[in-house]
Design a protein. Structure first.
Length: 71
């Protein structure tokens, strides 16, 4: 699973060379990071809808994009 995440980040780095690889790796692991935060707060999410659904992925992407633009 982790090699798939890194593969997508490396493919993105080949397409968008001005984006740092660290940002792309964070973006590809965003759903897993959100899942870890949810688990740390003991929130029950058996279907992983809070971390791996399409709206959650889009939201994480928007947050990362806004952070990149502000930085």
């Amino acid at each position: 699973m982790y090699s798939g995440h890194f593969g997508v980040a490396l493919a993105g780095a080949g397409v968008a060379r001005r984006l740092p690889l660290a940002l792309l790796i964070t973006a590809t692991f965003a759903s897993d990071i959100v899942e870890g935060v949810i688990a740390a707060f003991n929130v029950a999410d058996p279907t992983r809808v809070y971390s791996h659904s399409l709206p959650a992925s889009v939201g994480a992407g928007v947050v990362l994009a806004l952070g990149w633009l502000l930085w």
